[in-house]
Design a binder for this molecule. Structure first.
Ligand code: AMP
Length: 220
């Protein structure tokens, strides 16, 4: 049995064509079903529906053989292992080039970020991505107090709780709607295929088939 961990929503939708290219059809829609284990047209392949932030955990601890996760989520997950994907027992063979966006620093339109940085001010930064934010500001030599949030980061500068946020940006509409402006582009983000290293050794042929089918589907 090959088990693939996916999260609902954008990643799930954008993964379906890749699965199809590998000859795999998921038999149920996770948005309609309450089932957490979905069968596929291949009796030896199943899909687990898990929270996006839990995908690397399921793959690392062998609950799933493979998973698809954003680079943002993967970097935060492996921070505990010194930022090393392989030290976390994971193998990252492919950038699937789906769910593309960027991770950026944003501030209120009336906050002068450039002069705060120039003056060496200590910034309060609200984010779900504490490892990515810590690394970014440390490299820049900016002192920050990080405030961990789990969602709606945009609120923090509006209510005076933070000077800046670090969040995913796609169209920029969410920032604009909340009178925030992007002041730093930290990195581009896309979804990655992650594989449990032990599973890859034990089930090499079927897992390689999936990796190869995904790779040729991306190239098209
Ligand atoms: P946008 O308004 O298009 O810039 O989208 C920004 C909002 O969507 C933010 O709240 C992000 O957390 C979320 N978002 C954007 N792109 C992604 C992505 N690829 N994966 C997960 N969340 C995303």
């Amino acid at each position: 049995m090959i088990t693939l961990a996916l999260s609902k929503g954008r990643i799930f939708e954008e993964t379906l064509p890749l699965l199809r290219a590998a000859g795999i059809e998921v038999l149920e829609d996770p948005e309609k079903s309450r089932k957490l284990i979905l069968a596929t047209n291949q009796s030896d392949v199943r899909v687990l529906v898990v929270r996006a932030t839990d995908v690397p955990t399921y793959v690392q601890y062998g609950g799933a053989d493979l998973g698809i996760t954003g680079k943002d989520t993967l970097l935060e997950h492996v921070a505990e292992w010194g930022g090393n994907v392989s030290a976390a027992g994971l193998y990252q063979p492919l950038d699937l080039q789906i769910a593309k966006c960027r991770i950026s620093v944003a501030v209120r339109a009336d906050f002068d970020y450039a002069s705060a940085v120039r003056q060496g001010s200590r910034l309060k930064v609200a984010t779900k991505y504490v490892a990515i934010a810590r690394d970014f500001f440390a490299t820049k030599g900016v002192h920050v107090d990080l405030i961990k949030l789990y969602g709606s980061m945009e609120l923090a500068p509006l209510v005076g709780m933070a000077d800046a946020i670090v969040d995913l940006v796609s169209t920029g509409n969410t920032l604009r709607a909340n009178h925030l402006v992007e002041v730093e582009h930290i990195m581009d983000i896309s979804s990655r295929l992650v594989v449990n290293q032990a599973a890859l050794k034990l089930k090499q042929a079927p897992i390689r088939n999936i990796i190869d089918a995904f790779a040729s589907a991306i190239a098209k």
